[in-house]
Design a protein around this ligand. Structure first.
Ligand SMILES: [Zn+2]
Length: 335
């Protein structure tokens, strides 16, 4: 069974006319759930609102106060790409709350679920400790990861969004309890995520970056998981895996240039899911800006999370990027 945490109130957030991070994205993702072929295995739950105390585990008081004040004033601009309206604060609190809701339910009903899937917006992985940016208000995945780490769990975050999850990386860069691994396109916004960014201080070695060139296909990303990320997650002793599932690595995405299909994205999610026990995986929607790509990817991922196969598109291979995987494998090889 798959726990689906989603809420129509996430549709109300709008960042402006013609903004790629638009309400139809959420509708596309939930339409995909209905096309997944596994609707009988889906259990829906409404998220709770994240609390300030939970946000303050990963964000500064200044960031939280600023987002709340802009939201309560009816909206405004947080950075050049990141805009709030009157519905945005509630949507962002629900998006962050969805991941902790998912974790709580998986723990409470141990054994009942294969995994959880949070279908929410706005996304979160660009939000740093002190800055909302890149369409992201609060770092939803990081909030749940920090709560799990504080409860003594060993957490791995695997980010397959086409953009580097700079915010998540910043939050956990020096934190040895949370492994952060990202496969992303380079060059691309926000410009971070070089292969030699590997964590700092007590967190040295617990950040992994595999920056792939434009055109990289599913087989290259899969190799990054099999050869670099999976061994690191096992060495980390992860008890939970949170997946930042952006669907903008899809070859149809209008703002990126990777070459995946929905089949590749589901395959990546499946490979990561296999690294921890049943009921210890939460997959969270991040980016993705082509509505058909979101719909197909959401359908394929939902089926994958309950061990079924739904492949509206074929897997891809033959693109560039294996040299980067080789370099990352060398940097992160077992001591
Ligand atoms: Zn993205």
């Amino acid at each position: 069974m798959l726990l689906v945490v989603t809420d129509e109130r996430c549709i109300g957030h709008e960042a402006g006319t013609n903004h790629p991070e638009r309400p139809d994205r959420l509708i596309a993702a939930t339409t995909g759930l209905r096309e997944s072929g596994v609707t009988d295995a889906l259990v829906h739950e409404v998220p709770r609102l994240v609390t300030d105390a939970e946000l303050l585990r990963v964000h500064t008081r200044d960031l939280v106060d600023h987002v709340v004040s802009v939201g309560e004033a009816g909206g405004g601009r947080l950075d050049p790409d990141t805009v709030m309206n009157a519905a945005s604060l509630e949507a962002a609190r629900l998006a962050a709350g969805s991941v902790v809701t998912a974790v709580d339910r998986l723990v409470a009903d141990a054994g009942a679920f294969d995994a959880a899937y949070c279908v929410v917006r706005p996304p979160g992985h660009h939000a740093t400790p002190s800055q909302s940016m890149g369409f992201c208000l609060f770092n939803s995945v990081a909030v749940a990861a920090a709560a799990l780490a504080d409860a003594g769990e060993r957490v791995a975050i695997v980010d397959i969004d086409a953009h580097h999850g700079n915010g998540t990386q910043d939050i956990f860069y020096a934190d040895p309890r949370v492994l952060f691994a990202s496969i992303h396109q380079s060059p691309l916004y926000p410009g971070t995520g070089r292969v030699d960014e590997t964590g700092g201080g007590p967190g040295a070695g617990t950040t992994i970056n595999v920056p792939l060139p434009p055109g990289a296909t599913g087989d290259v990303a899969r190799a990054a998981i099999d050869r670099v990320i999976a061994p690191a997650v096992e060495r980390h002793g992860a008890t939970w895996v949170l997946i930042s599932a952006g669907y903008d690595g899809h070859r149809s995405d209008p703002i990126t240039d990777l070459g995946y299909t929905s089949a590749d994205i589901a395959d990546l999610v499946g490979a990561v899911t296999a690294l921890v026990g049943r009921g210890r995986v939460v997959t969270v929607l991040e980016g993705g800006y082509d509505l058909d790509a979101i719909r197909h990817s959401s359908a394929a991922v939902a089926a994958q999370l309950v061990g079924e196969t739904h492949r509206p598109e074929s897997a891809t291979s033959g693109g560039p990027g294996f040299a980067v995987v080789d370099a990352a494998a060398e940097i992160h090889a077992s001591p």
